[in-house]
Design a protein around this ligand. Structure first.
Ligand code: GLN
Length: 541
């Protein structure tokens, strides 16, 4: 029997609803249940793929090629359950579906309305593509009271009725702010937020109250009384030093016990030993390395969520703390700025789009190559490194990427055709921008004996992609002659997936996004190896 846990949020955004959902999933797993996590996003875009990282943060890509909300990254990292296209939906997708049905005549002349047609489509999404999991944790994006969110609240209200309390539960996240002037924690915003939820017919069963300070028992009782929940169902969510300590923290506050009690499930306490081990390692590392990340969206770290986590995982694997210097690549286009890289133990250029700041990334790659500092180029970071070596090693000064306009030596070029299994995918220059990149998991063949072979320990891998341009295979020979080795290729040998510089302590560029698959218990081998190289570098300095 599949039970549905609906997670909503009130008072403000950024309360950590995604993390709470992921953690609840992990806690239920630790009690022996199977879980699936889903996110419903009320905005009108079809997916976040066309949104600026400043608007939306990172775009998380699933194996089956969906561009999704970054919360799906939390879900995967905390539960290890691979997410799919069917785990994230937006209003744009819901309406596209309803309108397509209307055009086909599926509604047999009915007037199409938010209730029931849109709400039906939402309910259909929530219940589709399940495999008998014990729990589906279903997070509603946005904040209660948002106009866009109303159809979703109505849909989960209806579902709650249809399923009954034995198969559904409502968890609401709120904020209990501390007012310094009053010297008090305030419960009123929580009361209002719950009222708002009640006004659309939803009575939350559990309240998770985020707070910077411990909420006194008295205030918890007050919240319970005014919000019509059991006192034990008021769970305090205090800030902790690492997100991997949250499962233990929420368990101690009784979150998973409350959920199980609601469903009449007994059974032992969850086994949280592995979470404790991870937290211990993060809190007591054996040393520290500094990685310079040269990016474009460094003012909003949510843009690099999975990357930051993957570096932490690499640190866990090597028992060191990874300190990250987030540096805007544009500063490296000025004189002398490159000196800012003198103290770092590794340089990472992550994914990116567009010409702004590209020359700064090329300068950083050059610094890493010439100064023999470990270099990790991801997607755009690989493309820029290859352009750098083409210009400065292979004597192709006009090397560039057609992403920035036509150029004499298109070392990186637009990909218009490629194979996916036994299908051929085609694109053209003027095509639509949404959902048309090379997306999702693709296999890559690794050359035996290469450095990357040592990293993965196997010759065939699968990694997730999200890019429109590719390193041009026609330049392979010229580049290999100067020591830039193409050590990973698509199975048909046409698309360069991995390049490495042989005569360098650690210089690897990958066309895919390994950070998307790294987990605290299973750090990605590329991050483990990169951080290991940074540790070695720190010993030289
Ligand atoms: N802009 C580059 C491309 O589209 C790289 C994309 C990325 O780094 N994700 O190919």
């Amino acid at each position: 029997m599949t039970r549905f846990i609906f997670i909503t949020g009130g008072v403000t955004s950024s309360l950590g609803k995604g993390l709470t959902s992921a953690v609840l999933g992990a806690l239920l797993q630790a009690r022996g249940f199977t879980v699936r996590l889903r996110k419903l996003d009320p905005y009108l875009n079809v997916d976040p793929g066309t949104m600026s990282p400043y608007q939306h943060g990172e775009v998380y890509v699933t194996d089956d090629g969906a561009e999704t909300d970054l919360d799906l990254g939390h879900y995967e990292r905390f539960t290890g359950v691979p997410t799919r296209r069917s785990d994230n939906v937006t209003t744009g997708q819901i309406y596209s579906k309803v309108i397509a049905r209307e055009r086909r005549g599926d509604y047999l002349g009915a007037t199409i309305q938010v209730i029931p047609h849109v709400t039906d489509a939402i309910k259909e999404f929530i219940r589709a593509d399940l495999a008998g999991e014990d729990f589906v944790v279903c997070e509603i994006g946005g904040t209660v009271g948002d106009i866009e969110g109303l159809p979703y609240l109505e849909a989960i209200r209806q579902l709650g009725n249809e399923l009954g309390p034995a198969r559904s539960i409502f968890v609401h996240l709120t904020l209990v702010p501390y007012l310094a002037a009053a010297g008090e924690l305030k419960t009123k915003p929580t009361q209002h937020s719950v009222k708002e939820l009640q006004s659309v017919g939803i009575q939350p069963d559990i309240l998770v109250c985020r707070s910077e300070r411990p909420i006194p028992a008295e205030a918890q009782r007050k919240i319970a009384l005014f919000c019509n929940v059991r006192p034990s169902a008021v769970i305090q969510g205090l800030d902790v030093d690492t997100i991997y300590a949250v499962p233990r923290a929420y368990h101690e506050e009784g979150l998973d016990d409350e959920v199980c009690r609601h469903f009449g499930l007994t059974g032992g306490a969850p086994d949280l030993a592995r979470w404790d081990r991870i937290t211990e390692r993060i809190r007591k590392p054996d040393g520290e390395v500094t990685i310079g990340v040269i990016g474009k969206y460094t003012a909003l770290l949510d843009s690099y969520k999975s990357l930051a986590e993957a570096m932490t995982h690499g640190g866990i694997a090597n028992n060191v703390r990874v300190k990250v210097n987030w540096l805007d690549s544009e500063i490296f286009e000025g004189e002398g700025a490159i000196q800012r890289l003198e103290d770092v133990h590794g340089i990472l250029v992550p994914g990116g789009f567009g010409e702004r700041g590209a020359e700064g990334k090329i300068a950083a790659a050059r610094f890493a190559r010439e100064r023999r500092v470990p270099y990790f180029g991801i997607c755009f970071g690989m493309q820029m490194a290859v352009i750098e070596t083409a210009r400065n090693l292979a004597d192709l000064p006009a090397a560039g990427s057609t992403e920035f306009g036509p150029c004499q030596d298109p070392i990186v070029g637009l990909l218009t055709e490629w194979t996916l299994g036994n299908r051929i995918e085609r694109r053209n220059v003027d095509g639509e921008k949404g959902g048309t990149m090379r997306l999702g998991a693709y296999p890559c063949m690794i050359e035996e004996g290469s450095r990357i072979h040592g990293v993965y320990g196997k010759t065939e891998i699968s990694e997730r992609h999200r890019h429109r341009y590719e390193v041009n295979i026609n330049y392979r020979e010229v580049l290999e002659r100067v020591g830039v080795h193409f050590s990973g290729l698509s199975p048909d040998g046409v698309l360069p997936e991995i390049v490495e510089i042989e005569d360098h302590p650690w210089f690897i560029g990958v066309q895919f996004h390994p950070e998307l698959k790294s987990k605290p218990f299973e750090p990605h081998p590329l991050f483990t190896s990169f951080i290991e190289a940074a540790v070695a570098q720190s010993r030289l300095m």
